[in-house]
Design a binder for this molecule. Structure first.
Ligand code: GLC
Length: 795
């Protein structure tokens, strides 16, 4: 496809390499991020994932020997040879990524003729290697490589040995390891080899495929069904740096409103309004915190989007006002399919303005979704996005607080959309093959912009389908899981990989969507949900109820306990999301993200870190009352419940009766806590609690806490406060020094005092600026209330 290198030209950080048969542009984006682009399909078009990219290439040297073109950045050495073969090494010359030069044979699927036909007849799904491929890149696979990322995929944390496709797919059958596609397409892969991490972002919206050593253990490959060859190599060497590099390209999730981190209750369907009110009242009566109630498709008039069924919801404005007074926000579902129905405003406007996708003869394309015959707004057209954005006001004016975008793969009931369905693509007409994977992305973007325009607040959007970069506009949930233990287990690696793929704000349907939940499953699932960024219990119509009280007293009290814990942790989670807006680092993390030096963490599927300080090892097996927990090397860990302390780098056995989720706090952590509230804003938070786990002798630990109004964009104009907390334990471990200082004061409200919980600490005296401070020793901890300043605690 390329041939020999003939020469090259350099324009600042862009090097155009002339091959016999094609040319390639290599752009140094930063010293660690390189873009490779070959116009094999046509002219370059703006990326749909990357919107505001600042290039900071640093110094680079280019050299051409006649055979090999070498580009040296401050972090990488890139060597390009004939046929556009690329090797990339670190500055010491260690090869990270090497194009595979062999021919490479695929394994054989044995069996032929009659046998295959019989298996198919019985209903077995037979694998096929049939591929719509326009190009494939093969990279040499070192046996010591681990793979992560790829967005929302079933299976395990490490993706090695599997093959995946990127083609947004709504498949309601139980999601299992053999699924190659699901609702989201994020063609971003992270490789970790000999403690060096690097990533590839293949920026194609066409169907793409990743073979991670399944076809042949000598190589891994990436293939696309169309478009240009356009990929980014992102160097670490830490996985954290790779994730930050990827989100430098595709964007981070903006800080959400604080209430979106509260507990959310959903069900298909809370209708009519009496049922919604009953659910709301039960939360308040039972004092189980809840911030958000979701309305699924039944609130609409005949499933017409942006309408209300006035029989079931006679006065939505009044209803939402009443619920707001009780501390509930309401989020409504909006699907893309617009009912084909003359006289229905959204349909009429869409038709008159040519806003719907068309068939190849330019007639509006019709398929079926919930409302029957429906048309699909062409979100790839800026004018349609602006119209859809304006429509959000119909909902927000009634008091709706967030929009849940569903079915936007797009899902269709009368077979998939044909390849030749036409889209405007912002003026460069194209077809479904190129737009399918960004359909949901553009819908989320329009929704985000519309809510922002209508309310001025930080928009809350949830989407099912997405592409790389959707995290800038929306949080995601992982679609229709089921009330199966296997799906609780699967949620952990799935959410961890989504987090590594830039989607920091994500969640699964707690309790499971399809099938009937059990009391034990809900009890264990809510323990995971409490640490999941998006914490929403949702279930399908006709399944058994799974609200926190739907089973028995024990299940209800476990729900209350973990939802309560979530509300205590709100300032910690909010701090994580505030940091994430800059770093792109996930909230729910695989252990390897923080413990890359400890290879024992590389394949842990069933434990998570919630930020740096909290390790959660949930029970995900029915009946299990103990579990093995791995505590990573490099930190000491304190059992959150018993306060026992453990050295890292070992497995321990933890007793975990049904109401106990094993949780460990990293030694030295300072965790900010709020009191439990029925909803965000119920209580004025004048006092912040600091749950402090002193560091090792002679060590100092610190924590930065962020505070703002929790809803507006004013923080971007400096309207926020920052606090620095630190703790130092003397060499003799006889003295603990704690400091609490406001370092930025831009938001009008601040804390009057701080309640310090000093775990595993028995104070004998406490002084602030030489004045004694009252304190209480309660068992193995010391509790005191202080103002800002320096504290001297004698032990
Ligand atoms: C889809 C969604 C699910 C929703 C249902 C009805 O299956 O994934 O969450 O409840 O549609 O709208």
């Amino acid at each position: 496809m390329f041939g020999e290198i003939i020469g090259y030209a350099r324009k600042q950080n862009r090097i155009t390499v002339e091959f016999e048969k094609n040319k390639v542009t290599i752009a140094v984006i930063t010293p660690s991020i390189i873009n490779f682009f070959a116009p094999i399909a046509g002219e370059r078009r703006p990326s749909k994932a990357i919107e505001h990219l600042e290039e900071e290439p640093g110094a680079l040297i280019v050299d051409f020997t006649g055979e090999t073109l070498t580009i040296r950045t401050e972090q990488l050495i890139v060597k390009v040879t004939s046929d556009f073969r690329v090797n990339i090494s670190d500055p010491s010359g260690t090869i990270l990524s090497e194009d595979y030069r062999g021919t490479g044979t695929a394994f054989i699927r044995r069996g032929a003729g009659e046998g295959i036909a019989m298996a198919a007849e019985e209903g077995h799904k037979l694998a096929s290697e049939e591929e719509k491929i326009s190009y494939r890149l093969k990279k040499k696979l070192d046996p010591n490589t681990f793979f992560y990322g790829l967005g929302e995929k079933t299976g395990h944390l490490n993706k090695k040995g599997y093959h995946y496709k990127m083609w947004n797919t709504d498949d309601p059958s139980p999601h299992v390891e053999s699924f190659e596609t699901l609702y989201k397409s994020i063609p971003f892969l992270i490789a970790l080899k000999d403690n060096q991490a690097f990533g590839y972002f293949f920026d194609t919206t066409f169907e793409s495929q990743f073979d991670l050593g399944k076809e042949n253990s000598d190589y891994y490959s990436f293939a696309s069904a169309g478009g240009n060859l356009d990929y980014f190599f992102i160097y670490g060497p830490s996985v954290k740096e790779v994730v930050t590099g990827y989100t430098k390209l595709t964007g981070t999730t903006p800080l959400p409103q604080l209430w979106t981190l509260g507990y959310q209750q959903s069900r298909w369907a809370y209708a009519p309004e009496e049922r919604l009110n009953e659910v709301a009242d039960t939360f308040r009566e039972k004092e189980i915190p809840c911030d958000v109630l979701h309305l699924d498709i039944d609130y609409m008039d005949g499933y017409r989007v942006f309408t209300w069924d006035r029989k079931k919801f006679p006065n939505p404005e009044e209803l939402l006002k009443k619920l707001k007074a009780e501390g509930f926000k309401v989020v409504t579902i909006i699907d893309p399919g617009v009912k084909k129905d003359r006289g229905y405003a959204i349909y009429d406007q869409g038709l008159a303005n040519h806003y719907f996708a068309t068939d190849k003869d330019h007639l509006p394309y019709v398929n079926q979704v919930w409302p029957g015959d429906a048309l699909f707004p062409d979100f790839s057209n800026g004018k349609v996005r602006a119209w859809w954005a304006d429509n959000q006001k119909i909902m927000t004016d009634l008091g709706v607080s967030g929009i849940w975008n569903d079915m936007n793969e797009p899902a269709s009931f009368k077979g998939p959309l044909p390849d030749d369905v036409q889209f405007n693509n912002d003026g460069i007409q194209t077809d479904h093959r190129e737009i399918h994977n960004v359909y949901g992305h553009y819908m989320a973007k329009a929704t985000y912009e519309g809510i922002k325009q209508a309310t001025g607040k930080r928009p809350f959007v949830i989407t099912r389908a997405c592409y790389a970069g959707t995290q800038k506009y929306s949080t995601v949930w992982t679609g229709d899981n089921q009330s199966l233990w296997e799906h609780l287990r699967m949620a952990l690696p799935m959410l961890m990989n989504l987090g590594l793929s830039g989607v920091a704000f994500c969640g699964t349907d707690v309790g499971g969507f399809g099938f009937d939940c059990t009391s034990e499953l809900l009890s264990r699932w809510v323990q995971v949900g409490a640490f999941t960024p998006l914490f929403r219990n949702h279930s399908s119509i006709f399944t058994r109820d799974q609200e926190p009280w739907a089973f028995d007293e024990q299940t209800e009290s476990i729900n209350r306990k973990y939802i309560g814990l979530r509300y205590q942790l709100l300032p910690y989670l909010y701090d994580l999301l505030h940091d994430e807006e800059t770093t792109g680092l996930p909230i729910m993390r695989p252990l390897l993200l923080d413990y890359q030096n400890d290879p024992a963490t590389y394949e842990i599927n069933d434990q998570i870190l919630c930020g740096e300080a909290i390790l959660v090892a949930p029970v995900v097996e029915q009946g299990a009352k103990t579990r093995l927990v791995y505590l990573p090397k490099g930190s000491r860990w304190i059992d959150f419940w018993t306060k026992e302390s453990y050295e890292g780098g070992q497995y321990i056995v933890k007793a975990a009766p049904l109401d106990v989720c094993p949780i460990y706090i990293k030694e030295g952590s300072i965790i900010p806590l709020y009191p439990v509230q029925n909803y965000v804003g119920e209580k004025a938070i004048d006092q912040l609690t600091l749950d402090l786990y002193p560091p090792e002798n002679g060590e100092t630990s610190s924590y930065t806490h962020y505070q703002d109004d929790g809803e507006s964009f004013e923080y971007r104009n400096g309207s926020y406060n920052l606090y620095e907390f630190s703790a130092q334990l003397s060499e003799s471990s006889k003295e603990l020094y704690v400091s609490i200082n406001a370092t930025h004061h831009g938001y009008e409200k601040s804390y009057d005092s701080f309640k310090l919980i000093l775990n595993n600490t028995k104070a004998t005296s406490v002084a602030q600026n030489d004045a004694p401070i009252p304190f209480k020793v309660m068992g193995n901890k010391t509790v005191l209330v202080v103002k800002e300043g320096e504290l001297h605690i004698k032990l």
